[in-house]
Design a protein around this ligand. Structure first.
Ligand code: X8Z
Ligand code: ZN
Length: 593
């Protein structure tokens, strides 16, 4: 008995010492990583806002060093695998091991090659242009901003096809780089124990990777009927507009006709699909132009919304250091992003804002990131992130769902709220922005996961891309071949940003909106409810945001919605009146593809 007791004492003593060691290890890791992460952020900010070979090289190098340090800590963390640690410490150890989206191989030359490839692909995308060959166009090149406006506003199928194909040429030369990037990225992921890079990405969701993939399928099945109904209705309207020779009756919709380069949101073609005899909805783009609201003022509207919920004003440096408009004198990565450069107060957005209703929403999206970042800045470094990446993407969008006619009246952008008899129009427009996105949000990583696992090989990169686009989105390729590399014509593929987060965000934001609307005491239908000015909703949101990544995401979800599950009934409820209306409209018409 005595021997046993003293053995126990020794074990406990050993354990206690080890827990202490673990704490010292984590403290040191967090301090070092914070410093290094801030260094990488600064290098990456420079790379994104001054694209040139020097900034590219610096960013690549900083990134390489950072990844090396994380890997080193992740390896050392395995020393504590057998120690029974308090929950928060165990969670930090786990996060150290799964935190990276890109892991470099041990081979130093390959590590450098990989991070340089990454920087190069992002820069190539950022400075990409389409220069028309025709003599009258000589010297005039279109950047993605120009092309985005043409995609949104042109109703000439020839012109749409031309700029669509023109932009996709930017991606062609990236195929070789991408292939090499996959080889090296997979090598790095395997060296730290993952099957491949895709398995590593799927391991970040507080559940087994396969269960997460199943969860996505479950959510998609919940919303697919709504998407298919919307697709059928839009196809009919596009066919009426462009004719039977351009739009098929039953097949997928040609991808260049939906008002967006990637057919990922269709709200720009609202005028084409507007219900006959519908009460007019407002057009935010015209309002902003008419009221001469500029880029900076658009940002101020976003900031004021968050302030109305009880969040503090953005720091002065936000306005001094952000990039709001496209500079004329240099290349920048225009794809919108939000930054917390010092993991503390140095919040910024980088965006080439265009004065449109669509960009008004994107501003809210970006500010949502910043507000989240500031809310969790008091957490230990390893918890300074969202509950899962879908949460980060959902916050600003949730706020943007509160841009209702009543809200616009309140802030003086609209004279009179539109009549509820026109709500089908309102809902349709919202569905064109949100429901249309769902399959796109899903398919990008379905493609990448298969690429990373080797199921899709470089010989059929493009063919498989389009098979998935047809399968999920029901959109078709406008004349492609394996010489093309269309995936990299999308920012997140060229820049290696995981994309499933946006699918999750499109489910989550409706759950958040439903709960926050309740907290705000809203009595109207969800699409008419704005949480503007509701301190109750703000407090509820902040409660979740300030948890950061400190708890598994179901806990954070429960804090805001009362339930720990992701649930597509919120988006379905929101659009229920539209679903009914679409069913009527689609009667006797082909549905599906
Ligand atoms: O990339 C973004 C944000 C930056 S995190 C502007 N989004 C996705 C995209 O543009 O493809 C927002 C919605 C989807
Ligand atoms: Zn985002």
């Amino acid at each position: 008995m005595r021997i046993l007791l003293s053995l126990l004492t020794v074990t406990i003593a050993l354990q206690a010492q080890t827990v202490q060691e673990a704490k010292a290890f984590l403290d040191e890791a967090e301090a070092t990583l914070l410093k290094q992460a801030n260094f990488v952020s600064r290098a990456q900010w420079l790379q994104s806002t001054y694209i040139n070979p020097d900034s590219e090289m610096q960013a690549a190098l900083a990134n390489e060093q950072y990844i090396g340090i994380v890997k080193d800590y992740a390896r050392k963390a395995t020393r504590f695998d057998k120690v029974k640690l308090p929950d928060d410490m165990a969670r930090k150890m786990m996060l150290l091991k799964i935190g990276l989206t890109l892991v470099t191989p041990e081979d130093k030359a390959q590590a450098t090659e990989l991070t340089q490839l990454m920087a190069k692909m992002e820069s190539a995308y950022g400075s990409g242009k389409y220069c028309r060959d025709a003599p009258q166009d000589k010297g005039r090149c279109l950047d993605l901003q120009d092309i985005t406006l043409i995609m949104a506003n042109s109703r000439d199928p020839k012109e749409l096809l031309d700029v669509w194909q023109g932009w996709h040429k930017v991606a062609r030369p990236l195929k070789t780089d991408y292939k090499r990037f996959v080889e090296l990225g997979n090598k790095g992921a395997r060296e730290i124990g993952f099957k491949d890079m895709g398995a590593m990405w799927r391991s970040k969701y507080d559940m087994p990777p396969d269960a997460f993939a199943k969860e996505l399928d479950r959510l998609w099945e919940q919303v697919r009927p709504l998407y298919v109904s919307l697709h059928a209705y839009v196809r009919t309207k596009l066919r009426e507009k462009y004719g039977a020779a351009v739009v098929p009756e039953k097949g997928p919709i040609p991808a260049h006709l939906l008002g967006n380069m990637w057919a990922q949101s269709w709200d720009n073609v609202y005028d084409v699909v507007e219900p006959k005899g519908a009460t007019k909805t407002y057009d935010l783009t015209s309002i902003l132009k008419q009221k001469k609201i500029d880029e900076l003022e658009m940002v101020r509207y976003g900031e004021r919304f968050f302030q109305s919920l009880g969040f503090a004003a953005l720091p002065k440096t936000f306005y001094q250091r952000s990039l709001f408009t496209k500079p004329q004198d240099r290349e920048v990565v225009c794809h919108a992003s939000a930054w917390d450069v010092d993991n503390d107060e140095d919040l910024r957005i980088k965006m080439c804002i265009q004065v449109t209703g669509e960009e008004f929403s994107v501003i809210h999206h970006e500010l949502g990131h910043n507000i989240y970042q500031r809310a969790y800045r008091k957490q230990p470094f390893l918890f300074r992130d969202s509950a899962n990446d879908g949460f980060h993407e959902a916050v600003g969008d949730t706020i943007a769902l509160s841009i209702t006619p009543e809200y616009l009246v309140q802030v003086g952008l609209l004279d009179k709220a539109t009549d509820p008899s026109g709500d089908i129009g309102l809902l349709l427009k919202q569905a064109l922005a949100k429901v249309s996105f769902l399959p796109f949000g899903l398919m990008i990583d379905q493609w990448r996961w298969k690429v990373y696992s080797g199921e899709i090989t470089p010989e059929n990169y493009n063919q498989k891309w389009w098979e998935l686009r047809r399968k999920y989105q029901g959109v078709d390729e406008p004349g492609r071949s394996e010489a093309d590399f269309d995936p990299a014509a999308k920012y997140h593929v060229a820049a290696n940003v995981p994309y499933t987060r946006y699918f999750l965000a499109h489910i989550l934001q409706f759950q958040f909106h439903r709960s926050l609307s309740q907290a705000a005491g809203c009595k109207t239908p969800l699409h008419r409810c704005s949480i503007y000015n509701s301190k109750e909703a703000g407090a509820k949101l902040d409660q979740m945001l300030s948890m950061g990544l400190s708890k598994p995401w179901p806990v954070a979800l429960e804090a805001i919605t009362g339930k720990p599950e992701m649930d597509a009934t919120a988006i379905k409820d929101y659009f229920a009146p539209l679903q009914k209306w679409l069913d009527q409209e689609n009667k006797g018409k082909a549905v599906g593809w």
